[in-house]
Design a protein around this ligand. Structure first.
Ligand code: SAH
Length: 394
């Protein structure tokens, strides 16, 4: 074995036989060929049998698997993976759709491309690497994306300064890998959004709430809506289209409020039904009256790591209890958690406890999750991160 290789301890191939795409450092017996972080390595069982090939990295996840077949990672490999991802998006109707050009093209492990995220905003792709391996391969991936989508794709913006492991000693420089002269308005189910991938959070927009925003639209007619943690105002604009009587958007970030107002303006100019406030969620929930009968709570991840789980659950409980206290009888609450370490059961328990604290009768109308362009690899259930409940409050 002169190649760069990882040899597992005896018996440690079990999770790989079930196609789980991560190899933890504790499973490794030895590493050969002196690979550097981000290199492709071949993984062998203790009995020298091929089991996988992937990117090696520093940390408790030591290898992220790209393939369980004994195939080389060539240009053709990347083209094939990106084409497969694109095919899924066209077949479920979010790509090549005249009323929608905002979607996630690559969702990491969910597309068998661990460590890579690509969102499409009209004629621009925004690409984010979470591993050094994907960073090293960014140029070929960009070429594959361009070849797959074709003429309609004009720009590819690479934005990994906040997502790559901070210790990795590489130039993470954000920048365009294609084009650069970008208009920045994209369309989601017929609604227009300014996307600020240069300064915005994540890739610039929360694509993962599309189907949930669309569901909200159906319930908005005649309602008084509070969109808490509005960011770019996605839920607000669907509520306006759905015929809400009034819509109030709240976010602690002044920049988010600016974006929300701009997005309302391109869809519903001069619409007096909407107002936006830059304010802390808890302060606002405390001081607001009890006029609202449709409330959205879509907070940032309260737990980024397992050790903060307990505090996160307390946070969800407090937040939801406030909403339950204030919502009008007959009101509807859309409540979410995007923390990966908070399970569906944890989240439900926090919300149910909140309902009990506020002494409200509550029924579940819908249980929500991430949309189909954020697929979950069945062998990697950790990929399911977004949880939502739609509740009817008597
Ligand atoms: N619902 C949005 C995404 C929300 S992201 C959408 O559909 O696009 C979470 C948002 O919560 C961010 O915009 C962040 O600025 C805001 N936020 C974080 N902490 C907050 C706080 N304490 N009070 C109000 N907003 C807060």
């Amino acid at each position: 074995m002169s190649e760069k290789a990882v040899i597992l301890k005896r018996g440690k191939e079990e999770s790989l036989q079930r196609f789980h795409p991560w190899i933890f450092s504790g499973a490794i017996q030895r590493i050969e060929g002196k690979p550097e972080e981000g290199d492709i390595v071949t993984v062998y069982t203790n009995e020298s049998k091929f089991i996988a090939r992937g990117h090696i990295q520093v940390g408790s996840i030591a290898v992220r698997v790209l393939t369980f077949e004994d195939e080389p990672i060539t240009d053709e490999f990347w083209y094939r993976r990106i084409e497969t991802a694109y095919h899924l998006r066209t077949s479920i109707g979010v790509a090549q759709n005249p009323i929608n050009d905002t979607y996630r093209l690559v969702h990491g492990e969910g597309d068998n491309l661990p460590g890579l995220v690509i969102d499409i905003y009209g004629d621009t792709a925004v690409m984010q690497a979470h591993s050094v391996g994907m960073h090293v391969n960014r140029e070929i991936i960009a070429r594959a994306v361009k070849a797959t989508i074709g003429d309609s794709l004009k720009n590819i913006y690479y934005k990994s300064d906040t997502t790559l492991p901070y210790k990795a000693d590489i130039d993470k420089g954000n920048g365009y890998l294609l084009g650069g002269n970008a208009g920045n308005i994209s369309t989601e189910y017929g609604l227009k959004f300014h996307i600020d991938w240069l300064r915005g959070q994540k890739t610039g927009f929360f694509v993962d709430q599309r189907e949930n925003r669309s569901l909200l639209e159906k319930y908005a007619k005649g309602r008084k809506v509070l969109n808490m943690f509005c960011y770019t105002g996605g839920f607000s604009i669907y509520a306006l289209r759905g015929g809400a009587e009034l819509v109030h958007s709240v976010d602690s970030s002044a920049k988010a409020i600016e974006l929300t107002n701009a997005n309302v303006a391109i869809n519903y100019p001069e619409d007096l039904r909407h107002a936006a406030y830059a304010e802390d969620a808890f302060d606002y929930l405390e001081r607001m009256g009890n006029n609202y009968n449709l409330i959205i709570l879509d907070p940032p991840a309260f737990a980024k790591h397992r050790d903060s789980l307990r505090n996160a659950l307390i946070g969800y409980r407090r937040l939801n209890a406030k909403a339950f206290e204030k919502i009008q009888p007959g009101g509807i609450l859309f409540t979410f958690s995007c923390s990966q370490v908070v399970s569906k059961e944890n989240f439900r328990t926090a919300v149910f406890t909140a309902a009990a604290i506020a002494k409200r009768k509550v029924r579940i109308l819908h249980q929500l999750t991430q949309p189909a362009d954020h697929p979950v690899n069945i062998y990697h259930p950790e990929g399911e991160y977004l949880k939502g409940l739609v509740l009817y409050v008597e």
